[in-house]
Structure formats: structure tokens, C-alpha cells
Design a protein around this ligand. Structure first.
Ligand code: FES
Ligand code: FE
Length: 436
């Protein structure tokens, strides 16, 4: 347990952050416990669990979990761990099965978590093993318009309270079309040597890096999105939503005629415009003017242009496993879905262009956070400090021009709050302005 207050390391009022938060193993242990052990974490999409006994494997922090739909249709999230000697009960990534038999000694669990089979129950255990006490370890599970989340902490607030005003923004993606969304195809998974927070904060608030880090893409003609010059124009902004959730891509609907977002390909950009009428009819004029931009839900789920989404799974203080895939509108034409899938592969993934630009930077930042002299010098997050504003039309806690560290500081302030508080009773969430 870290004894210094984490808040002293995250000095958001002056925009300075201690680098130990990226390199101290004690801080990492504490964040597994107090951030990943107590937050609602994205674990699956309901389209992956459409039939009884469907299952999907994921991680909550470093804990492997299985998300299941039981025979009666109820969603569960279980620790993927046999209660006998702790082996995993399932090695498949997804599928459909009425039960999971551990490959070590054969204990078998149903999709609602009960221990239903024990080899030698009569002969070796003399029927004295209380099987009701040795079912799977279960996390709380809930979903919001297709996104399934789970939480280990019984004291945590409900999912909607945790998401707060993020749902107002998520609807722009999850509810813009009548039949909502589905997962498209499989996913890319790979491990890189950087701290997980560098990825989350980049997706949640770093417009600044695009011109430099991804500048070569613009020069080569692969992307229009990276060419926007830095300006003080307030018609586009980034949004510190509340509770550590962040979004880049807010617009003033009076000034924007077409929804803007981080779409790159002509086909997908045109598709966003084509569905605008339906989106506006479903969500109103303000949210009709928005595309999904880039963002991060606290603590480790991000999207870019929605459909490209990812989990940032911590694998130690200096290692992150990325899971990257598409969540698309169910009603989108197949050729658009195909275009999105190709775009994902080209831009975001282990061999994709933008990914390589980004990952090298995060590796460099992680390395110097560990080095003897480097770690003595704090990080600078002072861009746009004190320039935030609020808006009648946006429920978010604060807005700033897209070139600002506001969202980063917002993420780290909430992270510090969770790291310092011994229980949920001492964590105050931001007030929700927009009730559904
Ligand atoms: Fe699973 Fe023994 S570890 S049955
Ligand atoms: Fe990037």
C-alpha cells in the first residue's frame, strides 16, 4: 500500500503529475485493487451473447473473466477460475456451451456459475463436499444499450451512476440507429511495453499529438483528420464529461452543418452524413450534430470514430495488452461494415499505421518514468489550464478547445480520487446533469 496521498502526485490545479504513477510497482498494485477492483469495466457486447449459453472471455484488470448468458437468458460475469486448484475453467475466447469442465481434475460449472459436476463425489468425497459453497466467483453485471460491464465491488454505485453523463454522449454512437449496434468480426490483441494509462489518456484528450505523431499520414495523403491547425476556435471542443470519462469531438450545433468525427475513409464519412437525419430524429438537434469522435470511459475502455474500440488491459506497471475491434451500427450496409473493418486493420492494430506512431511515444514516456534521473522530473499538463468553460447544451463538467490538457487532468483527478479513497462511501461522483 502506498502511503503518500496520490492526490499530491496529481497536482491538477497546476498541471503537474509525478511520474511515479507510471512506474511505481506499489502504485500499480494499488490501482489493480482500487481502480480495477472497484470500477465498472467493459467486458462484452450483448450481440456476442445473443443465445442462451453463449460466453465470451475477457479480463477485469489482470483477472481473467468469463461473461455468460445462462440457460434462462441472464447475463453473468465470473472469474475464469476453477474453485478446486484454480485452473481456468475455459480456454476458448468465445462460444456456446451449457457447462465448463476444468481440464485439470474435471470439476464442472454451469453457465449460471453452479458447481454441477465433481468426479469422485461419492467415492472420494463421500458426498460430504458442499457443492453450493464452491460455485464460480461472480462479479456484478449490467449493460447499457449493448455494452456489458462488470464490477467486483458490492459497494460500488450502479452502472448508470458510474457512467453519469457519459451516456448522453454514448447514445450518439449506441442509439443513433433503430437497431443499435453489434460487434463486427473478431479482434486484434497484442502486448506493448508501456503503462496502460498512456493509452487511455491519449484517446481521452490528446488532439495535440495528431499533427506531429500522425503528420506523415497527412503528408502521404492517408488521412484528412490530422491536418487541422491549432486554433482558438471554440466551435469544436473536447469534453471532460465527469467521473473521469472523456470525449474529444464536441461541436456547436449552430455552427456545424454536418456531424464531425474522426472518420477517415470517404465511404464511412459519407455514411455518417447519410444517417444524420435518422440520428437527429432519434437524439435531437444537438446530438444530431455530433459524430462520436475519440474518447475514453474510465478506466480502460476507449473508442475512436466509434466503431473502433479497445480495452487497455494492464499487464504489469510497464506492460499493456490491447484488445481492438469494431462495434458498428447493425443497420449499416454490409459494404460500410466491410469498409470499417478494413479501416480498423489499416489504422489501429498491431501492424497498423497510426498504432505504430503512437506506441513508440508511449514506450518512450514509460521508459523515462522508470529511469533514475527521468523519474525525478514531473510531467507537464498545463495546456489550457484555467481556460475551461461549461455549456448549456453539453452536460459535461468542463469543455475546452481541442488542444488542451483538460481531459487528461480530469481523468487523473478521478483516478487519484479512487486511489486515495479506502471505500466507495468516500468517493463522490460528479452530479448527473442529464437524466434520461
Ligand atoms: Fe479444476 Fe482441479 S483445478 S478440477
Ligand atoms: Fe494517435
Amino acid at each position: 500500500m502506498v502511503t503518500t496521498s496520490i492526490k499530491q502526485m496529481v497536482r491538477s490545479n497546476v498541471g503537474v503529475i509525478d511520474r511515479a504513477i507510471y512506474s511505481d510497482p506499489d502504485i500499480y498494485a494499488q490501482e489493480l485493487e482500487q481502480v480495477f477492483g472497484r470500477s465498472w469495466l467493459y467486458v462484452a457486447h450483448t450481440s456476442q451473447l445473443s443465445k442462451p449459453n453463449d460466453f465470451m472471455a475477457n479480463y477485469m484488470g489482470e483477472d481473467p473473466v468469463l461473461v455468460t448468458k445462462d440457460a434462462k437468458g441472464k447475463l453473468h460475469t465470473f472469474l475464469n477460475m476453477c474453485r478446486h486448484r484454480g485452473n481456468r475453467i475455459c480456454r476458448a475466447d468465445f462460444g456456446n456451451a451449457p457447462s465448463f469442465m476444468c481440464t485439470y481434475h474435471g470439476w464442472t460449472f454451469s453457465t449460471d456459475g453452479k458447481l454441477v459436476g465433481v468426479p469422485g463425489y461419492k467415492e472420494a468425497y463421500f458426498e460430504e463436499l458442499d457443492r453450493t459453497q464452491w460455485g464460480l466467483v461472480e462479479a456484478r453485471t449490467d449493460s447499457y444499450k449493448g455494452l456489458v460491464f462488470a464490477n467486483w465491488d458490492k459497494e460500488a454505485p450502479g452502472l448508470l451512476e458510474f457512467l453519469g453523463d457519459a451516456v448522453w454522449y454514448l447514445d450518439i454512437w449506441l442509439d443513433r440507429r433503430e437497431n443499435r449496434t453489434e460487434v463486427l468480426g473478431g479482434m486484434h490483441r497484442w502486448v506493448m511495453p508501456f503503462n496502460w494509462k498512456f493509452g487511455v489518456d491519449n484517446f481521452g484528450g490528446d488532439t495535440y499529438h495528431t499533427m506531429v505523431s500522425h503528420g506523415s499520414m497527412s503528408l502521404a495523403g492517408f488521412s484528412q483528420g490530422q491536418r487541422q491547425p491549432i486554433s482558438t476556435d471554440k466551435s469544436r471542443f473536447q469534453v471532460a464529461i465527469g467521473n473521469g470519462h472523456c470525449f474529444i469531438g464536441g461541436v456547436d450545433p449552430e455552427l456545424q452543418k454536418q456531424p464531425q468525427g474522426s472518420t477517415f475513409n470517404k465511404e464511412t464519412a459519407q455514411y455518417i452524413r447519410d444517417i444524420n437525419e435518422e440520428q437527429t430524429a432519434r437524439l435531437g438537434k444537438v446530438r444530431g450534430a455530433h459524430a462520436m469522435g475519440v474518447g475514453s470511459l474510465f478506466p480502460n475502455f476507449s473508442w475512436i470514430a466509434a466503431p473502433f474500440v479497445r480495452n487497455w488491459h494492464p499487464r504489469g506497471i510497464s506492460k499493456t495488452e490491447m484488445w481492438s475491434w469494431c462495434i458498428v451500427d447493425k443497420d449499416a450496409p454490409q459494404e460500410i461494415k466491410n469498409a470499417m473493418r478494413v479501416e480498423l486493420t489499416q489504422r489501429f492494430g498491431p501492424s497498423a499505421s497510426m498504432e505504430q506512431d503512437d506506441a513508440n511515444n508511449w514506450m518512450g514516456s514509460t521508459e523515462t518514468s522508470r529511469s533514475l534521473t527521468g523519474k525525478k522530473y514531473p510531467l507537464n499538463m498545463q495546456m489550457g489550464l484555467g481556460r475551461q468553460w461549461t455549456s448549456e447544451i453539453h452536460p459535461a463538467k468542463a469543455l475546452n478547445i481541442p488542444w488542451s490538457d483538460t481531459n487528461w487532468l480530469h481523468f487523473y483527478e478521478h483516478w487519484a480520487k479512487m486511489m486515495d479513497a479506502p471505500s466507495w462511501s468516500q468517493i463522490q461522483l460528479d452530479p448527473i446533469k442529464h437524466r434520461q
